[in-house]
Design a protein around this ligand. Structure first.
Ligand code: MSK
Length: 630
């Protein structure tokens, strides 16, 4: 076995710099250049104190002008901006979940989409009180999918998935007006609350932000995750590779990017089709390689082992290799820059959703009814584009690491069954993990999530934090672009156990797992919520008592703010490495970092110094241990 070594951020950067040299030759723009053009950023925007929600302004708050024209102060303006930011994120994740429900509703035994995990479907149906006995699995799928769709606009009541919480938590959330009602209602109620002439009281703006986030985490995102598993299979540990070196010079390279697995799964199916492989050979390629960027990459990596070309700030790099025949996108986190950039190369930039249409792309509308026909057309377009490659522009950085991915909650429970010393049978529960935590073999867990952001040297925060946490016997569950940072570095290689403290190393050996567990895409943070709910139920504690925290050190999107709000509202302290535009209001800072604790027992910490951020997380985990006497 070759010697194991992590890939460093310096090596990532050297590879990127080499690609930017190619970009310079063809006159390509890059995010690195645009950051220079956009900085320093507007101070009003950065502090959240610019208001343009009505046409009397825009109003900007200064010492000389402490109120906008309507009289709203900095606290109200920052709070309204924060709530609108949250609503954008919750709407986006939840609409993704709605599309998945819709795909399940259209599933057929002989159709493009079928039920791959009927056991999970039956489990959810029983959870929702649906009669399953003697029912055709597709009738059941349609019934449950319809109920899932109704969660978006239900007239009365709260999100069904809240019943997964430990006893009493849902009732407490209802009492506090933090329990999410219909998903669409929470989004529109947020926009109403933040409208001109409505709320300007930070307490209420934060309360509705948490509630809207909960509609995402325990509503739309959870539906997205659960029904994706039903349709495409519940992830199990699987081997893959990560970083740009997964692209193959001799193959047709198709990169899938975005979030919804309905598109990427079909592209993967068609790339394996003998007719398409024969076509690839006929144009001079050896075969077809699919790789992924962003959360779509997580989706197909954890279910099919499709390699991960990179995370958010690497999306331009895949085109800069000169070896990308097509970058095929659906929704979210897609740079409009990919259009003009692709024009500098032979790459086809294929957009597929009316939700994300962009200039300089080829639009091939994708939907459940015509999925196979469209996916085949896209793969064919990419294959036929191979001959247009400019060999002098081709350079694929030879950087990649092995990774074991696919740790759904079900998979984690299964692998940890091997770790317990318990005298009683605890298999099929989270009790083995709890035993490791209570004995101190593992000190706690961190849910590492979120994006890249040029405000943070890309991937450094993710990797440095993870290295320090595992060295301190803190296990990590990761999702989104944080997960890909770990995989690119090598932290999802089982050999990374040697970087752990003695306790976590022992657990990794016994359970045969890496110290950073890949839990999926950004909607799959809902898996983490179910994991902590199960840990709480199995331990008899409340979620906010567990030595578990959330962290998004390089976040950038509205979705991340929505996630942060549901993680805090669920009961986990959440640590951010980038300020959510609240620096302009001491009252908003108070509510987010302290005030919310009275409702949920948890709060935000914002710390842009990454060394301090990790120390604060470790300190918080140790405080939680002490508070429950372990
Ligand atoms: S893709 S939201 S950059 S994690 Fe989900 Fe990555 Fe953040 Fe997009």
């Amino acid at each position: 076995m070759s010697e194991f070594k992590l890939t460093t951020v310096e090596e990532f950067e050297a590879a990127t710099n080499r690609l930017l040299e190619t970009g310079a030759k063809v006159g390509a723009d890059s995010w690195q250049m645009r950051v220079k053009n956009q900085t320093p950023h507007c101070k009003f925007g950065e502090q959240g104190i610019c208001c343009r929600i009505c046409a009397m302004g825009p109003c900007r708050i200064t010492a000389k002008a402490p109120r906008g024209i309507c009289g709203c102060d900095a606290h109200g303006i920052v709070g309204r901006n924060y709530l609108k930011f949250t609503a954008g994120g919750a709407a986006t994740h939840s609409d993704h979940g709605r599309e998945i429900c819709n795909t399940l509703y259209h599933s057929k035994p002989d159709g493009a989409y079928r039920v791959k995990d009927p056991d999970k479907l039956i489990r959810i149906a029983k959870e929702w009180g649906v009669e399953t006995e003697g029912k055709d699995i597709y009738d059941l799928a349609h019934e449950v999918a319809y109920m899932g769709l109704e969660e978006y606009g239900k007239v009365f009541g709260y999100q069904r998935f809240l019943d997964r919480m430990p006893a009493g938590q849902k009732e407490k959330l209802i009492e506090l007006e933090l329990a999410p009602r219909a998903i669409d209602r929470e989004v529109s109620s947020s926009l109403h609350t933040a409208h001109m002439g409505c709320s300007s009281l930070p307490e209420q703006l934060v309360r509705q932000s948490l509630r809207c986030g909960m509609a995402d985490g325990w509503g739309g995102s959870m539906a997205g995750t659960e029904f994706s598993d039903v349709l495409f299979g519940t992830p199990k540990p699987i081997e893959t590779e990560a970083n740009l070196g997964v692209m193959k010079e001799e193959d047709v390279n198709i990169v899938v990017h975005g979030h919804d697995p309905s598109l990427s799964e079909k592209i993967c199916d068609w790339a394996e089709d003998p007719e398409m492989i024969a076509l690839a050979k006929s144009v001079g390629a050896k075969g077809i390689t699919i790789s992924g960027v962003c959360c779509t990459s997580n989706e197909v990596a954890m279910r099919r082992g499709i390699p991960m070309a990179g995370n958010f700030l690497q999306q331009e790099n895949v085109v800069l290799t000169g070896a990308c025949e097509a970058i095929v996108v659906d929704v979210q986190c897609i740079f409009p820059a990919l259009g003009p950039l692709s024009k500098c190369f032979h790459t086809k930039f294929v957009t597929t959703s009316p939700i994300a249409r962009m200039p300089d792309s080829e639009f091939i509308r994708f939907d459940a009814e015509t999925a196979d026909e469209k996916a085949k057309a896209i793969v064919k377009l990419a294959v036929e584009n191979f001959k247009n490659r400019k060999p002098e522009l081709v350079h694929i950085p030879q950087l990649k690491q092995k990774a074991t991915v696919g740790y759904s909650l079900e998979a984690i429970v299964k692998v940890l069954d091997n770790v317990t010393n318990s005298q009683v049978d605890v298999t099929g529960t989270t009790k083995p993990l709890l035993e490791c935590v209570t004995s101190g073999v593992i000190r706690g867990a961190v849910a590492m999530v979120g994006c890249n952001n040029p405000k943070v040297r890309p991937d450094t925060a993710h990797i440095d934090l993870m290295k320090k946490l595992i060295a301190n016997d803190i296990i990590i569950v990761a999702s989104g672009c944080a997960a890909q940072a770990a995989a690119k570095a090598g932290l999802m290689d089982k050999r990374a156990k040697d970087l752990c403290g003695a306790g976590l190393k022992r657990v990794c050996e016994l359970a045969d797992i890496p110290p950073v567990l890949h839990m999926g895409s950004c909607v799959d943070i809902s898996r983490m919520m179910v994991l902590v709910a199960e840990l709480a139920k199995d331990s008899g504690l409340q979620i906010n008592q567990l030595p578990v925290v959330g962290c998004a050190p390089e976040w950038m999107s509205e979705k991340a703010v929505s996630i942060g709000n549901y993680v805090v509202a669920t009961g986990l302290d959440t640590f951010l490495g980038v300020d959510p535009y609240v620096a302009g209001s001491t009252e908003m800072q108070y509510w987010l970092t302290e005030g919310v604790r009275q409702w949920t027992g948890s709060a935000y910490t914002v710390e842009t110094d990454i060394d301090k951020l990790v120390d604060k997380m470790i300190e918080r985990i140790e405080q939680k241990r002490e508070a429950i006497g372990i």
